[in-house]
Design a protein around this ligand. Structure first.
Ligand SMILES: O=C(O)c1cccc(O)c1O
Ligand SMILES: [Fe+2]
Length: 297
């Protein structure tokens, strides 16, 4: 089993690097750590960066997890190849571009590109946030997949990934440590990044950001609301080129691994994504789990 230690970064292609960076800094509140060779690195916490925009075609390029050391990376390569998953070992140039010591890349069964990295650079300085959104850390990443249960079988079969909760077969919330989830898989017609999440310090941060985003004409995708799964108060909003961001406050920890029982939330009810809504009778026979990216994907 491959032991994922933490999420590391998301790399996203952008046709307008300046617009992507300005939004990430001025609106989301991240720090522009540096630019280098057509890429811009955005920081939220101790990581050198958690989001890299790369000049080129729009769309997610890769999502990365960190492993413990080079031995675990070599072992992961062996295990993936033994499972018939093609692996590409990163070059020193690619590692440098990611500010890691070494990496490998593979695709999930649906074509989502993932990278496993070791020794992601850490920055010991305080984060110089673009605005005071209250961000504490890069919280989780969510990818799209046509078959969420197949995605779960892939991740739980090869990695230390456990199911924390289901929203029907529309979404799987997956943990690799005590945090309720660091990886989520949403049902989508094609591979892609569903959203990237940042944890914030307080409920006030979520609500203040809501007003800030509204005042700045940013498209709110959903929320403020409260997820019944992690119990986090959330707010999804849309950045340039369809990149959806999520702030959330209050994600629960699963501290008693042995006794945790995954729950199955009814996707037909809006309260399954936002427990503050949908108190009227069931209003539709269609799944109400409004994907943060909208059902059209
Ligand atoms: O935090 C959660 O529980 C959650 C639930 C559904 C979808 C999400 O994006 C979430 O972050
Ligand atoms: Fe989320």
């Amino acid at each position: 089993m491959i032991n994922l230690r933490d999420i590391a970064y998301v790399r996203s292609g952008t046709a307008d690097l300046e617009a992507a960076v300005r939004f990430a800094v001025d609106i989301v509140g991240l720090q522009e750590q540096e630019r280098d060779d057509g890429a811009a690195y955005l920081r939220a916490d101790h990581r050198h960066h958690c989001l890299a925009f790369v000049e080129g075609e729009s769309g997610v390029l890769a999502s990365a997890f960190s492993l413990g050391d080079e031995n675990e990376l070599a072992d992961a390569e062996r295990q993936l190849e033994a499972a018939g998953v093609p692996v590409a070992r990163g070059t020193s140039q690619q590692a440098r571009a990611r500010r890691v010591r070494d990496l490998l890349a593979f695709d999930d069964p649906f074509g989502n590109r993932f990278e496993l990295v070791v020794d992601q650079a850490r920055d010991a300085r305080p984060v110089a946030f673009g605005r005071s959104a209250g961000i504490t850390e890069f919280g989780h990443l969510c990818v799209d997949a046509p078959d969420v249960r197949e995605a779960y079988r892939f991740w739980s079969g090869l990695f230390n990934v456990r199911i924390s909760d289901w929203i029907g077969d529309w979404a799987a919330l997956l943990r690799i440590d005590q945090v309720h989830h660091k990886l989520a898989v949403f049902r989508g017609g094609s591979p892609g990044l569903c959203h990237i999440n940042f944890q914030v310090t307080s409920l006030d941060d979520v609500m203040r950001s809501w007003h800030f985003l509204e005042e700045n004409g940013v498209e709110i995708q959903q929320g403020p609301g409260r997820h019944p799964q992690s119990t986090a108060v959330f707010l999804y909003f849309k950045g340039p080129e369809g990149l959806t961001y999520e702030y959330s406050y209050g994600v629960q920890l699963i501290e008693d691994e042995a006794s945790w029982q995954p729950r199955w939330f009814d996707p037909m009810h809006p309260a399954s994504i936002d427990m503050w809504c949908g108190t009227s009778k069931r209003v539709s026979t269609q799944p109400q789990v409004r994907r943060p990216l909208g059902a059209d994907r």
